[in-house]
Design a protein around this ligand. Structure first.
Ligand SMILES: [Fe+2]
Ligand SMILES: [Fe+2]
Length: 156
């Protein structure tokens, strides 16, 4: 192992763990929505899951590049009980808000530890999570405003 900065390493592993957790949760929702006949929503959730997988990949590559190994940590598990699509979307809003906070903290850590290469990667991921959050919030507010009309025309 090279002289990897411990604070940056620990943070990158935590962000990586959260990304893998999000992959599991979004894939679980993706298949549930497909089963409910919500084809378009299922596709959106699948795309988000793939985005999170790519984030995890970038982070794992960075950790290896820094000369360290990805720590095997406990991942977040899918919440079994959520079957309602609005509940799923609200859970994801929560996940994305937490991810954005975690990434902003991580960017500050990278800045303080003068690891600007890692910082730039986190900034790319942050922009992607901000888009996820914005899209999720739009969907929930449209469902609340237009109800089934929106679900049928945009999510089925
Ligand atoms: Fe992500
Ligand atoms: Fe995300």
């Amino acid at each position: 192992m090279k002289n990897v900065n411990e604070k940056v390493y620990k943070m990158l592993c935590e962000v990586h763990t959260a990304e893998i957790g999000a992959v599991g949760i979004y894939m679980d929702q993706h298949t549930k929505c497909e089963d409910l006949g919500l084809k378009k929503l299922a596709e959106i959730l699948e795309k988000d899951a793939i985005d999170e997988m790519k984030h995890a990949e970038i982070l794992a590559e960075r950790i290896l590049f820094l000369g360290a190994r990805v720590k095997n940590q406990k991942h977040e598990l899918p919440v079994e009980k959520q079957v309602d699509p609005v509940e799923m979307l609200k859970l994801n809003i929560d996940i994305e808000i937490k991810a954005i906070a975690r990434l902003n903290e991580g960017i500050t850590t990278c800045f303080n530890e003068k690891d600007h290469g890692s910082r730039m990667l986190l900034e790319e991921i942050l922009k992607s999570e901000e888009e996820h959050l914005s899209d999720l919030q739009t969907m929930v507010s449209n469902i609340e405003k237009y109800g089934d009309t929106y679900v049928v025309s945009h999510l089925m």
